[in-house]
Design a protein around this ligand. Sequence first.
Ligand code: ADP
Ligand code: MG
Length: 241
Amino acid sequence: MLDKISTGVKNLDEVLDGGYPRERTILVAGPAGAGKSTFALAFLVDGILRNDEPGIYVSFDETLDNVRADAASFGWDLKELEAQNMLAMVDGFSLRAGIESPEKYKIELEVDEMLNLLIDLIDSIGAERVVIDSITAIALGLSEELLQRKEILKLSAVMSALSTTTLMVSEMKNDAEISRFGIEEFMAQGVIVLKYLFNKSGRRTLQVRKMRGVKHNMSEMPFVMKQSGLECFPHEELYDI
Ligand SMILES: Nc1ncnc2c1ncn2[C@@H]1O[C@H](COP(=O)(O)OP(=O)(O)O)[C@@H](O)[C@H]1O
Ligand SMILES: [Mg+2]
């Protein structure tokens, strides 16, 4: 039986027979607005508040102040968790956007630099959970497909050698394409896809596409994000509401 780690999403631990496999890398894929960043933050916050497991959030897509503000709308006080040294927030956005970063931890859009900082931070705060949001940004920052693949491969290899459980966020361009670079979904031990259905009810959905070593529900299930928390509904049908 694999050692498991909580997901921070109500009912998802049960769907995964206890949670994500610990020390593995999970890909969280979906289009913009599907809830990937919130889903990933819920994993970190749950680790800190309920399991006393420190976490690291690397943001390549937004300034940390935006991330903190978005988190505040779910009642999560990231600044407070940072002050307690339970959370380290890494700004991977400002330098590449050409703006000044007021942050303690800031990096370029560069895999080696990020990995070095992650290794230091894992050591200094005892992090057990890591979120990289997103790997799409890293890969799109590279000009050649071959280089993109090489860097994603290196990233996955290093992360799987570390003892942390990592969520790698990936932005999907369209419904069919989980991995933009063709290798992320094979490199990860698990794949969660989040979507937003543009039907009249406008529902969010969550699907576990892959979770190595775990027998799990394969269906696309309703998923909600509310201030009271995130929740999926494995026993509800999507279309009959
Ligand atoms: N307090 C809130 N309660 C419920 N939904 C929210 C709240 N704040 C933001 N959202 C929803 O979350 C969406 C953004 O989610 P996010 O995790 O940033 O998506 P992604 O990272 O996939 O682009 C917003 O478009 C909005 O619909
Ligand atoms: Mg996001």
